[in-house]
Design a protein. Structure first.
Length: 181
């Protein structure tokens, strides 16, 4: 999906954006220099921040509606300052935080949860007005099988843990994951 030069450029953009957001409370709205064709692809994406191996922020957008560089810039700010699970990142934490970007394919419906391939597919669960998402890497990082993943996804959506078994809809997508070493 993205070539090496684009991945490196997006990672540098995310780093600059996180640092600027922590120092100034937001990032520049100016179009940055050097945007290549790869960074202009319309894609969904997530920015994940980890500190000492622990999640410190993760926000993104599933559906492709704008160029990936715009997604990375805005979601870098959101992951650093606006993830409701965490306090805003401090300057000291920003120096140590590791940035990971997930560039997403467009979500597509599947007929059954049995079509989900853990480790390959990100999952969107929809039921009624509720929904929740896991990136493809989440089940593997947690050591979950499919049923356990779907139970946690149901709970994340604010539903009973067995809600996935009854009239839930599933969308799947794939992610190209890259970032700082």
């Amino acid at each position: 999906m993205l070539d090496t030069t684009t991945r490196e450029w997006l990672t540098a953009l995310a780093r600059q954006t996180v640092d600027a957001a922590v120092r100034r409370g937001d990032a520049s709205r100016e179009e940055p220099e050097g945007i290549g064709a790869g960074a202009r692809q319309v894609m969904g994406g997530f920015v994940t921040l980890t500190l000492d191996g622990e999640l410190r922020g993760c926000i993104g957008e599933i559906f492709p509606t704008r160029e990936i560089w715009r997604v990375v810039r805005e979601q870098s700010v959101n992951a650093a300052l606006h993830d409701p699970r965490f306090q805003p990142l401090t300057i000291q934490e920003a120096l140590r935080v590791r940035i990971e970007i997930s560039a997403l394919t467009a979500p597509e419906p599947v007929g059954s949860c049995r079509e989900i391939v853990l480790g390959r597919h990100g999952i969107v669960l929809k039921k009624g007005t509720r929904s929740a998402v896991f990136l493809p890497q989440v089940p593997g990082e947690q050591g979950w099988d499919l049923e356990t993943t779907l139970r946690f996804l149901s709970r994340k959506a604010g539903l009973a843990q067995d809600a996935w078994e009854h009239a839930a809809q599933f969308l799947v997508f794939e992610a190209e994951v890259f970032g700082e070493a």
